[in-house]
Design a protein around this ligand. Structure first.
Ligand SMILES: NC(=O)c1ccc[n+]([C@@H]2O[C@H](COP(=O)([O-])OP(=O)(O)OC[C@H]3O[C@@H](n4cnc5c(N)ncnc54)[C@H](OP(=O)(O)O)[C@@H]3O)[C@@H](O)[C@H]2O)c1
Length: 238
């Protein structure tokens, strides 16, 4: 593959779809992963119609280790490299602590952290070998602050921050950048659950996160935006 390659989890909708479209518009070949095959097909046809870039769909349940194996090995077998890995897929259950079930907690920890650990472990060796690569994690401002009804989600995103900050210190010597983005409320399905989300017109749009992610990639390789907080400039209450 002559084009640079980006692998994006959660590319079936929301922020992941916007990131896929942005990187495709910049000439990337895209590997798209999520559970919903039809929605992945939709993302792929948007990319093909607008930019004609190569796309590969790999339906993946990030709660299954075998699916993560399959995603990494398909990506590397098909196109031989991953230049940018975007760990974007995420799950939110917003509930008082005493009502949050252990199954919901486990799902958030599995998708928001464990799957990122596993997938990155499978892609990173090929980046180290090539002495280049960018790993972009989509965390949340909930990974830096506490919030009511966010015990499980917050725990998963704080864990992601700690993991990413440590990985960054470890792999920079191989010329690999680890970038973690911390958005506030973004106008997607997920934000529909947030009681405090600002009015839609003043909300961060998925395309804005996609631009932040691309900016982090597009800086000279010598420079790393290791953590990026993204907030609405002037949030209007609903
Ligand atoms: N929206 C916000 O306000 C906001 C704010 C801060 C951070 N974030 C973070 O941004 C990221 C993207 O969120 P979003 O707002 O775009 O949410 P979204 O619209 O709900 O999309 C979530 C994505 O994750 C995928 N996903 C969920 N469970 C999965 C699983 N088991 N296996 C594979 N894929 C799975 C979904 O795909 P399938 O359903 O097809 O599997 C979907 O593509 C998440 O990490 C989220 O925590 C969002």
């Amino acid at each position: 593959m002559d084009n640079p390659v980006v692998l994006i989890t959660g590319a079936s909708r929301g922020i992941g779809r916007a990131i896929a479209l942005k990187f495709a518009s910049e000439g990337f070949a895209c590997i798209l992963a999520a559970r919903n095959r039809e929605k992945l097909e939709e993302t792929a046809s948007l990319i093909r119609n607008q930019y004609g870039s190569p796309t590969l769909i790999v339906p993946t349940n990030l709660r299954r280790d075998a699916d993560i194996d399959n995603l990494a090995s398909t990506a590397l077998a098909q196109w031989g490299k991953v230049d940018v890995l975007v760990n974007n897929a995420g799950v939110l259950y917003l509930k008082p602590f005493l009502e949050l079930s252990i199954e919901e907690f486990d799902e958030m920890m599995q998708v928001n952290m464990r799957a990122i650990f596993l997938l990155t472990q499978k892609i990173l060796p090929s980046m180290i070998e090539r002495k280049q690569g960018t790993i972009i994690n989509i965390a949340s401002l909930a990974g830096k602050n506490g919030f009511k009804n966010g015990t499980g989600y917050g725990a998963s995103k704080w864990a992601l921050r700690g993991w990413a900050a440590s990985l960054m210190m470890e792999v920079r010597e191989h010329n690999i950048r680890v970038v973690t983005i911390f958005p506030g409320s973004v106008d997607t399905d997920m934000a529909g659950q947030l009681p405090t989300a600002p009015r839609r017109e003043s909300m961060i749009q998925p395309e804005d996160i996609a631009r932040a992610a691309y900016l982090a990639y597009a800086l000279p390789e010598r420079t790393m935006l290791s953590e990026i907080d993204v907030r609405p400039t002037n949030p209007q209450k609903p």
